[in-house]
Design a binder for this molecule. Sequence first.
Ligand code: FPP
Length: 252
Amino acid sequence: MDVRDAEVLSRVIPSPMEKEIPRHVAIIMDGNGRWARQRGKARSFGHEAGVKAVRRAVQAALDMGLEALTLFAFSTENWRRPADEVEFLWRLLQHHLEKDVPELKAQGVRVLILGDREGLPGGVLEAIRAAEAETAGNRRLVCSFAVNYGGRRDITRAARELAQQVQRGNLRPEDITEALLEKHLATASLPPLDLLIRTGGEMRVSNFLLWELAYAEFVSLPVLWPDFEAQHLKEAIGEYQKRQRRFGGVGP
Ligand code: FPP
């Protein structure tokens, strides 16, 4: 085989390094509290360091050519945390959006917020509105922040919207399909979810993207979120590439 044949072959058969990268990666960013405790600091210190890790993750997603990155920033259950921590997290999100949107915009990132906006502080709502409007035309990467988000709540909301259409006589129950319900989920405009990463070492999905996870791959990393670097995203994607996705079938 001469060099030219080898070149042709390498284009047809991808080497392990060139295997398909996922289109859509979601991350449960866990471990801020433990990271702070290890340093004898308040939990807020860990969340602040978590924002820096968010920036690194977005940059890594851009560098690796992902289409969508979805980050779990605040769950419908996180209201159970002490009031001062909840307040701090909202302030941090608002500040992050206000500060980082110009850079995200310049990088071609579209910002999307998933979750229930009812009950969010006014300043956060305004920052969300501005971030989404400012970046609406961007196409390189969609970066979604799930805030006041719960997978069950999102599916329930979608079901309620369909029920209302039936009640108004605009939809027949027999026309409700998986594809139609999916169009009513917060993630309707995103590519199918390929990979869920959870940092902090736990093996739970914690009410995140329940519908979307049906055939996604799951990778749990022992790293605490504030220590997350591009290499961890690469490692998780490497693990994803080793898996054989069969979608309920028997594979090739
Ligand atoms: C989990 O760590 C993290 C959160 C509940 C919040 C996620 C928030 C950030 C990463 C920072 C802010 C993000 C944005 C987008 C501004 P934990 O507190 O549950 O950690 P623990 O399990 O060690 O206690």
